[in-house]
Write a protein that binds this ligand. Structure first.
Ligand code: DGL
Length: 270
């Protein structure tokens, strides 16, 4: 009854951590495509092909349901996968919608027309590919009216995190926040639209100031998955074992992942 969790690299571990805490009896198989990260600088076709290959690999592990714990893959590939490729007995879920539902104060399945919400000025921090896709604005427009979104493509941040360069990652976040605040000086809320960014949540919060509510995905995705599995238990696949797989070098990825999560994580070759 395993569930797959996919990211281009380490970022999805923030989601993995939250879903395993929320659903301790479910085995989760994590796959990081570290050999091809970062995805955020790739074009949409490339992201689609890499994501499809990763999801297929997770099916081989007995995961009929796969969480794309990667905003870039969710933004650039998910809709196309669902519309043109996915067999009926498999499911792939993204990480965008739970976040937008929280921002727009909606319950799952509330398909009422878009309405006014409390937040009016939203700062979105994400990879260049996620920002270019405009998927966040598209999903938001289905649910809310009158929300002004200013998006900042945070070039370099994922690479710095993947390579364990915390000082560079911190400096890049501060400069991306500054750049956004020049265009939108008083956001009410900020979205960390990349699963790597929660590791730098304190830096984002400090640079944005205390008055800005920072939304990040891990816990929201975990609640949404728990809810989904209650309604659709048939998508718990036949896999039985939790494991960490990587397309990169397992020893290097295990070292970075252990630092990233602050507990020991051992990856195997995908
Ligand atoms: N964690 C991915 C995301 O949420 C990383 C993107 C990348 O590989 O650039 O967007």
């Amino acid at each position: 009854m395993a569930v797959g969790v996919f990211d281009s690299g380490l970022g999805g571990l923030t989601v993995f951590d939250a879903v395993t805490k929320r659903l301790p009896d479910v085995p989760f198989v994590y796959l990081g495509d570290n050999a091809n990260a970062p995805y955020g600088v790739r074009d949409a076709d490339d992201i689609y092909n890499l994501t499809r290959a990763a999801v297929t690999r997770l099916w081989d592990e007995g995961c009929d349901l796969v969480i794309l714990a990667c905003n870039t893959a969710s933004a650039a590939a998910l809709k196309r996968m669902q519309e043109t490729w996915l067999p009926k007995d498999k499911r792939v879920l993204g990480v965008f919608v739970p976040l937008i539902e929280a921002l727009t104060e909606r319950q799952w399945g509330d398909n009422s027309p878009p309405h006014e919400v409390a937040v009016k000025h939203v700062a979105l921090f994400a990879t260049p590919a996620t920002v270019a896709s405009r998927a966040f604005q598209r999903e938001l427009a289905f649910r809310a009216v009158g929300v002004d979104v200013e998006a900042q493509p945070c070039g370099g941040v994922v690479d710095a995190i993947e390579h364990g360069d915390d000082i560079l990652a911190d400096a890049l976040v501060r400069s991306h926040v500054e750049a956004l605040l020049r265009r939108m000086p008083y956001p009410d809320a900020a979205i960390l639209g990349c699963t790597h960014y929660p590791i730098l949540q304190d830096t984002f919060q400090q640079a944005l100031g205390d008055s800005v509510k920072v939304f990040s995905q891990a816990d929201l995705v975990a609640s949404s998955l728990a809810d989904y599995l209650q309604r659709r238990p048939e998508f718990l696949g036949p896999g039985t074992e939790s494991k960490f797989l990587t397309t990169g070098d397992p020893a290097t990825v295990s070292r970075h992942a252990t630092r990233f999560l602050r507990h020991t994580v051992t990856f195997e070759q995908a």
